[in-house]
Design a protein around this ligand. Structure first.
Ligand code: 3PG
Length: 381
């Protein structure tokens, strides 16, 4: 159990740098489209404040090119959200000028501008890390979704704090409490339900589970299924995948051993292009899932994630939601959003805030060595 060091820290008057993952979708007019990630890190902020600590939040939003300032990616867009939650926000766009104010009231937080607006963030830069380290006495990483990144605030900044003054927050603790058992000793029968677009993103995870846990079944939808179907000789017409993807799929097929690979058997086709899995495939998948004790769902079954191709995803999520006595973990923005849209969040065991980070965690041999953010928090860092 990876308990957060925050439970035992006395924080009175200490300045705590919280690396958060506030990478939420924001519309051109600055409206936040989904605030799940913001809500998920509130327990950490409130915990620090309750213990008398002063919170300084640093995060990225999006991938601004070359450190360019793009207004819709500014963390300034989040200020009113935090204010609605009852915080007083000191927004700071200039790291050099940043000075934590006197915190005469508990609800005050300092919110730094999008860290990726500063070139040092993506360059593992010691000067940028120093600048951030000077703001705080303690470092907390509560950005599970960025643990796979080598960004300065994730992998270098924590090393500038003594081991007793750095650690992970309550959101990361919660993520680890669900993902570690899934990674190390999932209850069998284990089934992986994977969709989405890119085979390259999911194959390391499949390979790792095949090596260590022999899932009873891997069920594939979305574009991800195409190279597997093609590798089995199916003609996908205009939806034919690339040769590279077919080669990757063949590597998985060669290592299946006792694991069953369940692929769609019918499709919704619009203008000669496959857009979703069909009704028979939904039934086939749902039947297989009935005896699962552990399910990991990542990615969607439709091809373009439009309302027109969301039937497959809805069918699978509804089938999973009905299962009892089964650990059901969902990762990745699209799958989590679909679960929430369908109102099935309470029927799942856990919705991970990570996308690529969750996949990287589950695909690794040793996440504490392989994910830069976790490695930087370990005792040997
Ligand atoms: C995510 O959305 O998965 C995390 O915030 C990481 O974002 P990134 O892929 O831009 O590094």
């Amino acid at each position: 159990m990876h308990t957060s060091f925050l439970h035992t820290q006395l924080l009175l008057r200490q300045r705590v740098f919280v690396r958060a993952d506030l990478n939420v979708p924001i519309a051109e007019n600055g409206t936040i489209k989904n605030d799940k990630r913001l809500k998920s890190m509130l327990p950490t902020i409130k915990h620090i404040q309750k213990r008398g600590g002063k919170v300084i939040i640093g995060s990225h939003i999006g991938q601004p090119s070359g450190g360019n300032l793009e207004h819709h990616l500014s963390t300034r867009n989040l200020v009113s959200w935090f204010e609605q939650e009852g915080f007083v926000v000191d927004f700071e766009s200039d790291m050099l000028a940043a000075q934590p104010k006197t915190y005469e009231n508990q609800e005050r937080i300092m919110l730094l501008e999008n860290l990726r607006f500063f070139v040092g963030e993506r360059e593992y830069s010691m000067p940028f890390a120093d600048l951030l380290a000077n703001l705080a006495d303690l470092y907390v990483n509560d950005a599970f979704g960025t643990m796979h990144r080598n960004d300065t605030s994730v992998s270098l900044l924590p090393r500038l704090f003594l081991p007793q003054n750095r650690g992970w927050g309550l959101l990361v603790e919660e993520e680890l409490s669900h993902l570690e058992p899934l990674h190390v000793a999932p209850q069998q029968p284990l089934m992986l339900v994977l969709g989405g677009a890119k085979a390259a993103d999911k194959i390391p995870l499949m390979t790792n589970f095949l090596l260590h846990h022999a899932p009873q079944a891997i069920l594939l939808g979305g574009k991800l299924a195409f190279p597997f179907l093609a590798a089995q000789g199916k003609n996908l017409g205009a939806s034919q995948p690339s040769t590279e993807e077919i080669t990757l799929a063949k590597q998985v097929l060669d290592n299946l051993r006792s694991t069953k690979l369940i692929l769609p058997i019918d499709f919704v086709v619009t203008n000669d292009v496959i857009t979703d899995i069909g009704a028979q495939s939904i039934d086939l998948f749902a039947n297989h899932l009935t005896n699962a004790k552990t399910i990991f769902l990542n990615g969607t079954m439709g091809i373009n994630d439009t309302p027109a191709d969301s039937q497959g995803t809805a069918g699978i999520i509804n089938a999973i939601a009905q299962l009892h006595d089964c650990t059901k973990i969902v990762g990745g923005g699209d799958a989590v959003a679909a679960v929430e849209t369908l109102g099935k969040a309470n029927a799942m065991t856990f919705l991970s805030t990570g996308g690529g980070a969750t996949l990287a965690y589950l695909a690794s041999e040793n996440p504490w060595q392989e994910l830069p953010g976790l490695k930087a928090l370990g005792p040997a860092a």
